[in-house]
Design a protein around this ligand. Structure first.
Ligand SMILES: Cc1cc2nc3c(=O)[nH]c(=O)nc-3n(C[C@H](O)[C@H](O)[C@H](O)COP(=O)(O)OP(=O)(O)OC[C@H]3O[C@@H](n4cnc5c(N)ncnc54)[C@H](O)[C@@H]3O)c2cc1C
Length: 445
């Protein structure tokens, strides 16, 4: 048996690799860049309760509700169980709350009415509580990969697939690799490597703002149908304000996206005198298109997933970070049937702990006390480790810690793409200071 080749080390590819190896199937996973380089590393890390989709997309909402509980049980070390609030800032939004309560009840999503005074927004008209949480998508992805690896998977990063060919895959470097089954989990790029794909994928750009400090210790949702700028999620020492939705494959945030998101965040938290944004970033959702002419876009598209099989190629599209385990289970069930193999899904068992008790080596940045926090993994390239150790993720955005990243210039250029569109007021001065300090350090050394 040649085994199964999985393309893409986003959360879905990593989850499938874990699922199949736990069932005893030989897996080789190929990732063109580093794990979590696509949408998985560019999302808010909101572990949805399902409430956000309860009114508009009940099937996706019910899946989120079940997987929220499953992930809290198997990955507690990568989750901050903050809880979530839905806040109405107008009478119209408060009226939407009735629909929300009703839909949550039908989908078995916990939702309880609080007094508006319990909201962090003193002007709130209505407030309800649900069981959202914050999850670290980088750790979640590599914990899945690590478990797959210790159970026998072969994981190659920096190894791209040019196309899926008969009996296997053709790699970017011209080599071919045989496979009984190929799983295409390349996110929004899955169509580029499989010209015969029958699914229609609509790439959907979303932008997120990073704040200089935490605005709130709970996930905040606006009490209205899903729309731009209606979520604020705690992310380590920062908060993440998101998101937007537009048909694009660009990962460069735009200034008008920054302005729109900041306006909405201020409406959600008017008591925070100054919300200081230190960076923006964008990701591309691999949404499932459901109109051949592409007439349905962005927010109107379901967040549900779909798995297609055609001639030994299994393609996975749609879904959420929150539902990755379920998507992986469904894809792996299909593969088992195609291979004629037996074996139950075992991914409801806890993920391994990949965090060190004591960080390895010296402190790499003070903002988040970033250090070598993860255990050694042979598939992680030393040049990619900064992401998983959160270097340059806190308030300094690299001013103090860029020197600890192997390719310092590339790292600073990447950060600049996200800093440039958010330069205003204090952050503009802060950036001048960072630039001046870099220049001075260079002169001194
Ligand atoms: C802005 C934004 C906010 C979001 N917020 C949330 C949230 O808060 N909660 C939530 O549950 N979901 C959220 N999502 C959705 C979630 O991030 C995605 O559904 C999920 O990460 C998709 O994972 P994936 O593995 O399918 O795709 P990706 O993470 O995109 O992974 C695909 C991988 O394939 C690799 N690849 C591509 N082409 C090739 C090739 N030819 N060869 C080898 N490798 C290749 C890529 O490098 C990438 O690593 C958000 C998405 C966005 C964009």
């Amino acid at each position: 048996m040649s085994g199964v080749v999985v393309i893409g080390a986003g959360i879905v590819g990593a989850g499938i690799a874990r699922d199949l190896t736990l069932r005893g199937i030989p897996v080789t996973l190929l990732e063109r860049e580093a794990p979590a380089s696509g949408a998985s590393g560019r999302c808010h890390g909101l572990l949805h309760s399902g409430a956000r989709y309860a009114v508009t997309d009940p099937a996706a909402a019910a899946e989120c509700a079940r997987e929220n509980l499953a992930l809290k049980a198997i990955a507690p070390g990568y989750i901050e169980d903050t809880g979530g609030l839905f806040v109405a800032v107008s009478e119209g939004e408060a009226a939407y709350g009735d629909k929300l309560l009703d839909a949550c009840k039908k989908a078995s999503i916990p939702m309880e009415e609080l007094s508006a005074a319990e909201s962090p927004n003193r002007k709130a008209v209505r407030c309800m509580r649900t069981n959202d949480a914050a999850i670290d998508p980088f750790l979640l992805t590599i914990a899945n990969l690590y478990d797959a690896r210790i159970n026998g998977a072969i994981v190659h990063t920096r190894t791209g697939v040019r196309s899926i060919v008969e009996g296997g895959v053709l790699l970017d470097d011209g080599r071919t690799l045989k496979a009984d089954i190929v799983i295409n989990a390349a996110g929004h790029a899955c169509g580029a490597i499989n010209k015969d794909m029958r699914l229609s994928i609509q790439p959907d750009k979303g932008t997120i703002l990073v704040t200089e400090r935490r605005l709130c210790d709970v996930v905040l949702n606006r009490m209205r149908p899903p729309s731009d700028g209606d979520i604020i999620v705690p992310g380590h020492t920062t908060s993440l304000i998101g998101t937007t939705s537009s048909r694009s494959t660009s990962t460069i945030p735009a200034r008008d996206e920054y302005r729109a998101l900041l306006r909405e965040a201020k409406a959600m938290l008017p008591d925070n005198e100054e919300i200081r944004i230190i960076r923006a970033f964008s990701g591309v959702r691999p949404l499932l298109g459901n109109a051949l002419d592409g007439s349905i876009e962005g927010r109107a598209l379901s967040r549900d997933h779909h798995i297609d099989e055609n001639n030994g190629i299994v393609t996975v599209a749609g879904g959420k970070l929150t539902t990755y385990r379920l998507i992986a289970e469904t894809a792996a069930n299909k593969v088992m049937r195609l291979l004629g193999e037996r074996g139950e899904c075992r991914t409801k068992t806890p993920l391994p702990n990949i965090l060190r008790d004591e960080p390895d080596g010296s402190l790499l940045c003070n903002c988040e006390r970033a250090a070598g926090r993860i255990i050694a993994m042979d598939f992680l390239n030393p040049e990619d480790l900064w992401k998983f150790n959160r270097i340059g993720f806190g308030a300094c955005q690299g001013m103090r810690c860029a020197k600890n990243v192997p390719r310092e210039r590339e790292f600073l250029e990447e950060r600049w793409k996200g800093i440039k569109p958010v330069l205003d007021d204090i952050q503009l001065k802060q950036t001048y200071l960072s630039w001046a300090s870099q220049m001075l350090q260079r002169d001194i050394s």
